[in-house]
Design a protein around this ligand. Structure first.
Ligand code: ADP
Ligand code: ZN
Length: 794
């Protein structure tokens, strides 16, 4: 007889778990086991959690297959699209199915299987027995753990043996129950029955604004709950509970909803997008718009069309710092349909948001990478803003690229996806530039003009004896800008005080004990910190090499810029934004608010301030050192540099007053630095030609295979053996470079080697990588990571 067989993804760590496993669905569970559902299956006689990937009838299933032991209550279903997506991620990025499933089940790691004992209710419970009385006081349903806490180990087994109890498993996590808040809503009707001033006060207050949270209502009217209940009994108000959701409520942009007349360019872009959305087709667009050209307005018009069609839209930003401004603009336009989803939310907040999305109560989802995995149905639009950003690539397993996943999600839902940027990545540019799907906004909107960009040759400054952080010209323009009542933004793309520390006598540079990285000097507490692993130590007194005691602190970081800035500009609010000042939840928002509200202010920060910010009062942008990213040993260094410079330039002159950008550099002739002055288009063409010549992405697919171990010999030997194996199998379909020591040879105590593979036939390479054992004898301490489409090769 045909049997129902389920393919199950096991909730086990990924090394054992590359595949799905088949289990028979016993007839009594047939209507409970569903794709996307959570089940319990035996794995070596142990109860293990699993997720049903698919179901099929099989005429003659393998006789060795075991049966599913049960289904799990309390767990939400995963949507079919989420299931397909997670499988695609596993295949595409070569990770275990459970790793990719975590993307669509955020917080599931914190869920635990909880065994219960449930009274079957066939005989009377003997309440003279202390334990049975305890159980009956709890309606015959108790957690085994609690029972055993009260009555000792084995109590659960005793109950099971009696035959009167059945064992049940549920999944319990911290985020399961939304926090409910009570609201009161006015019901229009006769008010003759109203007695007492408190009742009147409540009704009056509700007439002004309804519905309202009862807690603040009672406080305001100084009334008791009984009064409220009385009104509800009379049918004058309705009391109900709703899940509480977190709100972004302080505003630092101008919240007046001005009536905007779209420009011709904006209208053309909107027309293309809304037509595609109306057709319900899976199409991709590149919206290339210079900074301040009104891209966000275009996205919002597309979102409106999406909502009108009864569908959902997802907005993605590359990092959390950019969320508050966008979320606020969306909330002003779309009210409480907006769900903010990101990984820094507390588990409960996040679960609330996702539940609202799953139930269709919120149809605009905004967030960083993870928002793409929200349980949406009827998705019509995905916006990937600032699509060129490297933070769209996740750098832990699964190492997925948000842009590729967005294309896949859009495909699954027949949705439109828009990649927006002033400086498109070479990947997206190659795919869409010059096609019908390339929408362009070449002009800034309103009165805003392009800022005037100037390069400042720092070699000349040094030649003239200025060793400070600021060229004389930048210092002077900073002062003038603030004196005329405007504000400035400064980019310094390294945190800390100095780049490193060096012995004045022998040139010794202290490195991290765990990583082959020189330690960055941080002024706070006089510490040297590793920017890779976070390790810190006190500044050395004595040089371990020559035993002298004089140190220099060359190289510049944000802290040093801050202190020189304080001297240069007394009585000025200096807001520093870098990874050290924004660790707390909400810190980004608070710092930006501080900058916005101060009379006389400079915003100083790392690349986290480079994009998205829209402050019309900023008329000067200074780039303290344009060369920080240029010399990284990575084939994308030039692209990153050009993008960063253009992005940060775009923060200047977004209002009526023309802006200025000053770029300090030691390489004023470099084509990536010159892109700040000459524009992105020329840079793009040149860079594309380089990549084509070298057959680098986007003209090929790249894999970076990283071998690491605490033992340098294990790392080296593993890298060599496995590379030999891969070379033998892939010589015909790919080019292999290495193995070689990684540019950063040691990280967190691990020695690293890497092998770079480029190919025109990625599927063949993936198949081979999946089927080839990536381990060596005696190499238990060897870690092998496969990074598909890496964004960095460091
Ligand atoms: P981008 O996303 O390209 O940087 P935004 O959409 O944020 O640009 O627009 C920049 C500013 O210009 C915003 O304050 C926005 O409200 C305003 N804006 C956008 N389009 C128009 C328009 N057609 N007319 C006037 N102001 C506009
Ligand atoms: Zn380190």
């Amino acid at each position: 007889m045909a049997k129902l067989v389920a393919e199950v993804i096991l909730d086990l760590s990924s090394s054992y778990n590359k595949h799905t496993y088949s289990y028979i669905v016993p007839p009594e569970l047939a209507d409970k086991v569903k794709p996307g559902g959570t089940v319990i299956v035996p794995v070596r006689a142990k109860e293990t959690l699993g997720y049903v990937a698919s179901l099929k009838e099989e005429a003659q299933p393998d006789a060795r297959l075991k049966e599913i032991a049960g289904t799990v209550g309390g767990a939400e279903l995963i949507t079919p699209e989420q299931l397909t997506l997670s499988r695609w991620v596993a295949e595409h990025y070569l990770c275990g199915p459970n790793d990719s499933l975590k993307l669509v089940r955020p917080g599931s790691q914190r869920h635990r299987l909880t065994p219960w004992l449930v009274y079957k209710g066939q005989v009377e419970l003997d309440v003279s027995d202390r334990m049975l009385r305890w159980v009956s006081e709890r309606s015959g349903r108790v957690r085994e753990r609690e029972l055993e806490k009260e009555f000792g180990r084995g109590a659960g087994a005793r109950l099971s043996r009696s035959g009167e109890f059945r064992r049940e498993l549920t999944l319990e996590g911290p985020a399961d129950k939304p926090k409910l808040v009570e609201f009161a809503n006015l019901v229009p009707g006769e008010t003759e029955t109203v007695r007492g001033s408190k009742e009147l006060a409540i009704l009056r207050s509700l007439q002004e604004r309804s519905p309202r949270a009862t807690k603040s209502l009672l406080e305001e009217c100084e009334a008791a709950r009984a009064t409220l209940r009385g009104l509800a009994r009379k049918g004058l108000i309705k009391l109900y509970k709703e899940p509480q959701e977190r709100r972004y409520d302080t505003s630092f942009t101008n919240p007046s909803v001005k009536k905007i007349v779209m420009t011709t360019e904006q209208n053309a872009a909107i027309k293309a997008l809304t037509t595609a959305i109306a057709d319900g087709e899976n199409r991709r667009f590149l919206l290339e718009g210079v900074t301040g050209s009104g891209k966000t307005e275009v996205y919002m018009a597309a979102a409106t069309e999406t909502l009108v069609r009864g569908r959902t839209a997802i907005f993605l930003v590359p990092e959390i710092a950019l969320l508050p401004q966008l979320a606020e603009r969306l909330a002003l336009r779309f009210g409480n349909q907006v769900a903010i989803v990101h990984s820094a939310l507390k588990a409960g907040q996040r679960a609330d948001m996702l539940r609202a999305v799953a139930e269709g109560r919120k149809r605009i989802v905004v967030g960083a990478r993870s928002a793409l995995f929200a349980p949406v149905s009827d998705l019509g639009l995905i916006v990937v803003d600032e699509e060129h950003e490297t933070s769209y690539k996740q750098n832990s397993a699964p190492r997925y690229d948000t842009r590729a996943v967005a294309r896949k999600v859009a495909e699954l839902h027949n949705a439109v996806v828009v990649f927006g940027s002033a400086t498109p990545s070479l990947e997206t540019g190659l795919m869409l530039a010059g096609t019908d799907a390339h929408l362009r906004l070449k002009e800034r909107v309103g009165e805003a003009q392009f800022p005037k960009v100037r390069l400042i040759d720092m070699r000349r400054e040094v030649g003239q004896g200025n060793y400070g952080v600021f060229s004389r010209f930048l210092a002077e323009r900073l002062r003038q800008t603030l004196d005329s009542g405007h504000k400035a933004i400064l980019l310094m793309n390294r945190r800390g005080y100095a780049g490193f520390s060096v012995c004045r006598h022998c040139g010794y540079v202290p490195e991290c004990d765990n990583c082959s990285i020189s330690l960055t000097y941080h002024q706070s507490g006089g510490r040297l910190r590793c920017h890779h692993c976070g390790a810190a130590k006190r500044v050395l007194d004595v040089c371990p090499k020559c035993e002298k005691t004089e140190w220099r602190f060359p190289g510049v970081g944000t802290q040093r810029v801050e202190s020189e800035l304080r001297e240069l500009l007394p009585d000025t609010t200096i807001v520093r934004m870098d990874a050290d000042t924004t660790t707390r939840q909400g810190a980004h928002h608070d710092r930006l608010l501080e900058f916005h509200e101060a009379e006389r202010a400079v915003l100083l920060g790392t690349q986290m301030i480079a994009k998205g910010l829209d402050f019309p009062e900023v008329t000067l942008v200074g780039i303290v050192n344009a060369d920080t990213a240029l010399n990284l040993p990575d084939f994308r260094a030039a692209e990153r540099t050009a993008q960063l410079l253009i992005q940060v330039s775009g923060r200047s002159g977004r209002g009526a007053i023309p802006g200025e950008v000053l770029v300090q550099t030691f390489s004023p002739d470099n084509y990536a630095v010159r892109a700040a002055v000459d524009g992105y288009e020329g840079f793009f063409a040149k860079e594309l030609a380089f990549r084509r010549d070298l057959d680098y992405p986007p003209f090929s697919t790249m894999f970076n295979i990283i071998f690491s171990s605490r033992d340098p010999r294990v790392a080296e030997r593993g890298a060599e053996e496995i590379s030999k194996r891969l070379r033998a199998g892939l010589a015909n379909s790919a080019r292999l470079l290495g193995p070689a020591p990684a540019p950063i040879e040691r990280v967190k105590g691990y020695y690293r080697y890497h092998l770079v593979i480029t190919t025109d036939n990625p599927d063949a390479v993936k198949r081979f990588l999946r089927d080839t054992p990536l381990s060596v004898d005696g190499g238990r301490d060897l870690r092998v990571i496969i990074d598909v489409d890496p964004v960095w090769l460091l």
